[in-house]
Structure formats: C-alpha cells, structure tokens
Design a protein around this ligand. Sequence first.
Ligand code: ASP
Length: 287
Amino acid sequence: MIPFALAIHGGAGTITKEIDPAPYLAVLHDSLDAGYAVLSSGGSALDAVSAAVLILEDSPLYNAGRGAVYNHETRHELDAAVMDGANRKAGAVGGATKIRNPVLAARAVMEHSPHVLLTGDGANHFAAEHGLKMVENAWFNTDHRLKQLQQAQQKNRIQLDFSDDDAVETGTVGAVALDANGNLAAATSTGGLTNKAAGRVGDTPIIGAGTYAENGICAISATGTGDEIIRIVMAHDIANRIKYLGEDIETATDYSLQQLKSLNGDGGLIAVTHDGTIHMPFISRGM
Ligand code: ASP
C-alpha cells in the first residue's frame, strides 16, 4: 500500500487584527478529519477532497458556501470545481446563486452530465434536479461580509478576501489528496472576490487555472486573484512543468507564483504530488 496524503487551505491573505484563531482552526481540523476518515479507510482521493471541502463550505468563517462574500450587486455568486486525476474527469459550477454546497454540484456535473462547467441558473437547475440542497441567495448573507463589501465599495476596490488591512476573515477553500491506490484529486470552492462584477467567474471552476489533478503528476488547488491565475493557467502550468521539464514541485510552483506576481497577482496554492509530497507555497502575506 502506498501512503496517502491530504492537504487543505482556507484561502490566501492575511489576518491582521487581534482575533481568536480557535474557531477557524477548529473548522480546519474538522475538514482534515473528514478527509482523513475517507483516506484512512481506503476511500478515494475524490471522496476525501469532497468531504474536506464540504465542511469548509458549511462554515460561515470561510469564503465558500455559507460564508461567501458579496458581489457588486450585494448578492452571492459561488464557484466550485472538482477533478479526478485517475481519469481526468472534472466538474464545476460558476456563478451559482442557490446551491448550498457548490462542491457537491461540481461533483454532480462531473458524474451526471456530459459537461465540465455549468453556470448561473443552469447550474442551479441542474443541482436541484439532482437532489442537492437548495437555498435562497439570502441564506449566504452574513454581517461581516456585508461590512467587507461596504468597505470595498467605499474604496472602489474589488478585493481578495484578506487583502484589506482591516480584513479579519479567511478565504476560498480547497483540498488536494493522494489515496492509497495512487489516485490524485483536487477540489476548490469560493464566493470569489468581494465587490466583483455580477457574472464574473474566477479561476476556481476553470479546470487548469485554480483546480487540476492528473495521476502520476500532481493535484493542485489555488487561491488568490483569480483573473491573473486564469491568465497564467496556473495549476495546469505547474503540472506541465513537472511533466515535460521534469521539475520538482518546489521549482515548478516557484516559477508559476513568480509569473503570478509579474502580472500583479497575489495568492498561493496547495499541491500534492504522485508520491505524496505536499507543498503549500504562497506569495500573499499569508495563507
Ligand atoms: N481565487 C478566488 C477568485 O478569484 C478568490 C480567492 O482565492 O480567495 O475567485
């Protein structure tokens, strides 16, 4: 049996105020436990990353699912993706407004449709038809996110969750895993950027940008300024540097994060390689 491996993230950025980290850490621990339970009982990497992200989506503390940030129109549009490195099947939703757990909808798109990415009302309808929990958009409302939107609008900024010095919240979520059968998988979920335009879709549900997994190479979940991450096709670029140039994960991710920086982007990623090496680099002030 080869070893299994699991890594999770709660988004790029910095917690600058005096806050009690305990509730944030508790949710991260629950998420790791959920993924670990799957992997340690011989379950798949795909099930592990789904289980880990599900816990983070249900917490109001992270910018995914329940705690999603607001867009410019004071609404929530959620993005999520999953990818199975074993067969390179992938599923994603973009701009979902009524799906309680976008990661489950992404998984349903992968397993029950011929498509990779469904957006907006189409994604909502698909999730409802497949029996997922649906909620009104206001279910994602939280006071702390509203305050962040108001601050961002006052400063006329579109902002990465923690990029404001006053921000105290954590961000986008993701998980990567290697299971005991050598299969890799990745999942990422987000509310996107505070004050983003209505209809804007970020890197998270774009396969190869914010989320990617390929057996024998690596699985990656990214966080950060998604528009720049899309422009450098970050996750797939890292996998290809390993695949075609023979780079190790440190060298490949360093290169990609420098590319991100060169476009004035910000962020980081978690990666697990085919041999279970975990690497979690970032260029944001924290992650
Ligand atoms: N990458 C996400 C986006 O641009 C945001 C984040 O990672 O916090 O939608």
